[in-house]
Design a protein around this ligand. Structure first.
Ligand code: NI
Length: 263
């Protein structure tokens, strides 16, 4: 299956009837947000699937996606946001609006509303009364990659610099994704999520030597893969208003691991 994703960037809360709202150029040039005024800036990622057009090689012309978002989503979301709709509801509204307008031969796979670089909501079906929330956290820690059952020489050969006896540090980034029933209030989900990640992960790992100070790594090599798995175990079952779906840990911007129940 081929999927195509287009990200459209725009500002919310244009005041209806204002000069800026009337002049669409301020909020659509090359799909970048307008360059004057101060309004919430969001990104909407639209993922589509379908058959390629044999003549053009296109799944869907991205200009159509841009136009549909501008014509059916920007003003609607702005209005609902100004009336206090929560982010999960805005994501569902965007999904429904696009789903209705897209050509029949194109399937809307996912809509992701990126509210900040650290928080995003997504929805993959109108029928499934669920949305997905991903929030990013960070902690700094020292670790040493070392396996007791291997010789010192084997450890040095396999882990190289990461086997330095005095350890080395990373600024880890953790992205936690949960599935949320549409009946839930975003605020309850977020408070519960942040409270659990703070007590179970950040307080436990931040500014620590993982091998020495975190019991989960007393005999477990603290690779990024194992860190993701340990964080999953620490968070699994801790949420009442949502369901843990994925834990992603970035060791560096070039290396990350996912632990999930996602198919
Ligand atoms: Ni390392």
């Amino acid at each position: 299956m081929i999927r195509l994703t287009r990200e459209v960037r725009f500002a919310l809360n244009e005041m209806p009837g204002s000069d800026l709202a009337r002049d669409g150029r301020h909020n659509r040039w090359s799909c970048w947000p307008r360059m004057v005024g101060v309004r919430p800036y969001v990104r909407l990622r639209v993922t589509l699937s379908g058959e390629l057009n044999p003549s053009t090689g296109y799944l869907c012309n991205i200009k159509l996606v841009d136009d549909l978002v501008q014509e059916t989503v920007v003003e609607t979301l702005s209005m609902h946001a100004s009336r206090g709709k929560q982010a999960s509801e805005l994501t569902a509204i965007a999904f429904a609006a696009l789903s209705e307008k897209l050509p029949e031969e194109v399937k809307l796979e996912n809509v992701e509303l990126v509210l900040t670089p650290y928080l995003k909501y997504s929805k993959k079906s109108e029928d499934e009364k669920m949305s997905r929330v991903t929030q990013q956290f960070e902690f700094s820690a020292t670790h040493r990659l070392h396996c007791e059952h291997l010789s010192d020489e084997e450890n040095r050969r396999i882990f190289g610099k990461c086997n330095n006896p005095n350890g080395h540090g990373h600024n880890y980034v953790v992205e936690v994704t949960v599935d949320v029933d549409d009946q839930q209030q975003d605020i309850n989900v977020m408070v519960e999520l942040e409270t659990a990640v703070m007590s179970e992960v950040i307080d436990r790992f931040d500014h620590k030597n993982l091998n020495v100070e975190v019991e989960q790594f007393a005999s477990l090599n603290p690779t990024v893969e194992n860190i993701a798995g340990v964080i999953w175990d620490l968070l699994d079952g801790k949420f009442v208003s949502s369901q843990l779906a994925n834990v992603r840990v970035y060791e560096t911007p070039k290396t990350w691991a996912d632990y999930s129940n996602l198919k």
